[in-house]
Design a protein around this ligand. Sequence first.
Ligand SMILES: CC(C)(COP(=O)(O)OP(=O)(O)OC[C@H]1O[C@@H](n2cnc3c(N)ncnc32)[C@H](O)[C@@H]1OP(=O)(O)O)[C@@H](O)C(=O)NCCC(=O)NCCS
Length: 154
Amino acid sequence: MRLRTARLDDVPALARLERDCFGDQAWSEAVVQAELADVPGIRYVVIAAEGDSLVGYGVLTVASETADIQRVAVAAGCRRRGTGRRLLAELLHEASRRGCSTVLLELAADNVAARALYAAAGLSTVTARQDYYGPGRDAVVMSRSLDGGTAGSE
Ligand SMILES: CC(C)(COP(=O)(O)OP(=O)(O)OC[C@H]1O[C@@H](n2cnc3c(N)ncnc32)[C@H](O)[C@@H]1OP(=O)(O)O)[C@@H](O)C(=O)NCCC(=O)NCCS
């Protein structure tokens, strides 16, 4: 598996992976294309590829000193092999490279896998948002400081 930056011709495969990983919460192909249009500007999109196949990706948005992790996703058949960890480490490094002091992200409170992934990389829960995704579907916000240049060294 290797990491590389995303290209515009990745849009169809990225949109497929979005649907597989996020179902009715998935970004449409148009939204994926718009995200890529903001690269490098305020956005960074990294792809995990195996041969010609896209097996995962990560999306970071940088606004001032805070970077938002928008996505870390790995194809269902390729999980628990360290790909999510590598994608996340790369996003943290990129946030540091861009001079950010903090990373933030928001995710469903019941997303056990992602919460464990982020906690293992040093992010901690700073607040919860009740019913954020609809009745009974809470969100949590996780954060980590990047000061000290330790991003991705989990
Ligand atoms: C969350 C996700 C990206 C993890 O990807 P992955 O490639 O399977 O993760 P890794 O193999 O790198 O796992 C790294 C660590 O995360 C934690 N983790 C990952 N999946 C887990 C699971 N199902 N249950 C508990 N912990 C898990 C573990 O601590 C793991 O380390 P370990 O394997 O040494 O125990 C993947 O499950 C996914 O794509 N989920 C759907 C999309 C999503 O919800 N993304 C997050 C919100 S944007």
